[in-house]
Design a protein around this ligand. Sequence first.
Ligand code: SF4
Length: 386
Amino acid sequence: MELWQEMLRQSIDSGKDLVERFGFDKDTADRLNKFFHTRINPYYLSLIRYPGDPIWRQCIPDAVELEDTNAPEDPLNEEADSPVSSITHRYPDRVLFLITSQCSMYCRFCTRKRKVSDSTKINAKHIQEGIDYIAAHPEVRDVILSGGDPLMVTDYALEKVLSALRAIPHVEIIRLGTKMPCVLPQRITPKFCKMIRKYHPIYVNTHFNHPWECTSEAEKACGMLADAGCPVGNQAVLMKGVNDNADVMLELHRKLLKMRVRPYYIYQADLTKGTNHFRTPVRVGLEIMDKLRGHTSGLAIPYFVIDAPGGGGKIPLLPQYVLGRNGKDIILRNYKYDVYTYPDVEDETPQDNVVEQRYLRKRSNGRKSATPKMPTPSPEVVRVEK
Ligand code: SF4
């Protein structure tokens, strides 16, 4: 057994553990554990500095999860785009492929609780169905392996999936969506790195949310992935009491770059059941972006996105840098809120009109008497005060 597997065996993994280690009453512990299983491996547990800190909030259940009964179980409507249960095919040329339901730490904010931690939801038959689906769809050139965490399976089992995908001529790139470099960096072993080298191009999307997660162990794991030829990107989720603060986000993204991890997304928290206490106003994310851009390397700036409820996909949000037009001049502001005028060239079809026409055409499709109107952007979305 490898070290990471031994560490997994020592995880906090039951309602009984919650009672004994964290003083939950038995009934609450059982209800929380039934709502979403608890698993905290010893490495991630060791990062907690005090009760209620940003690490604690991500992994220790909270009774308020049980009060949030109205939110959907599938906020991104992934099931509607699932031709077979292991595949979500939402975008034209890429698919999400779930190869396990297991994770080394169950994040309390997880969007995919409906499948994660339940080992009956993804099995060998589902994996084969996923491979068959990808093989039968030549438009799929990009496969994102996820779960659960795809690095929860053994190197042998993962290699079987990778080699099957690489045998499909139209699969150009493979991405591993894994939280292991953050939550159990011991999973990134020389043996694993040697194996994935055979299946390039492989990209890794990992998931750090707070600078305290950027430990020497995590740095070593990310460095090994980079040395193995995998570009590593990070997806963070914006959460109240964890990272809803520009200084924390700045520190996180600078540390990630030092660890050879490129910031990729900051997600506005999804509307998942049991996660209402993590939600922040959209304004907070825009303010964070405003305080990153210009104040640190462009390399450290991720996209801030809302994954649209109901399955609309990722929609990027930006603070407002274009203040308006004066004739053909564009009035802009920079990161210090200094205002500049850029003399644009003559343009008979301003971009605003192109976007508006596309929007109106889409709204009119199939509706005989549609009288669509371009929505007025909410001031909260387009404007960030200094
Ligand atoms: S690692 Fe990912 S899939 Fe697993 S619990 Fe965390 S967010 Fe959910």
